[in-house]
Design a protein around this ligand. Structure first.
Ligand code: HEC
Length: 147
């Protein structure tokens, strides 16, 4: 189980980075503060890695602190890169999960924290996929995960 979790995390981590690889050549039409968003996002990746650090070393204070940082980053105004209903849904899910993750850390509940963390990874990747589809609507390779 743990091995699958780690594999999963590696894959989703790489997928999150995929946004970066594609971001070099895309038009900036929708994201006025693109650079700010990218800087915030890089920070999120760092905090996510620290949460994983906390999870694998049973450091619940670290989990709670880093989750709280992630929650605060999510509230930053420049986050609102796209003004659509779907983007808001992704943002709300992110807010709920980061807040649950911080709470699980404070309760020193490793299983609950791990579950929130895994779901949070899915949320990162889902929102990025949504954004890529917005930016490259005609790219057929981006629709393969359509649900
Ligand atoms: C609600 C939507 C949303 C969620 C959820 C989200 N992101 Fe992002 N992410 C974005 C946007 C918007 C960009 C900027 C895309 C662009 O224009 O290049 C981005 C870009 C990134 C980048 C690339 C930054 C760069 O240097 O180009 C990283 C890394 C990243 N996000 C990490 C994360 C992580 C880690 C999570 C989850 C903890 C996460 N994101 C959750 C919207 C989101």
């Amino acid at each position: 189980m743990v091995r699958y979790c780690i594999l999963f995390l590696l894959i989703t981590g790489l997928a999150a980075l995929g946004v970066n690889a594609r971001s070099q050549d895309k038009p900036t039409a929708q994201a006025a503060s693109k650079t700010n968003v990218q800087v915030l996002m890089r920070d999120k990746l760092t905090h996510m890695q620290k949460v994983l650090d906390g999870l694998v070393t049973d450091d619940f204070e670290k989990i709670a602190e880093e989750a709280e940082m992630l929650r605060i980053l999510g509230r930053a105004a420049s986050w609102q890169a796209i003004d659509t209903k779907e983007y808001k849904t992704h943002s709300r899910r992110y807010a709920r999960l980061t807040s649950n993750l911080a709470a699980a850390g404070k309760r020193r509940n490793r299983d609950a924290a791990l579950l929130q963390y895994l779901q949070l990874n899915v949320t990162c990747v889902d929102c990025h996929e949504y954004i890529r589809k917005q930016q490259h609507p005609l790219d057929p390779t981006l629709n393969r995960l359509e649900r």
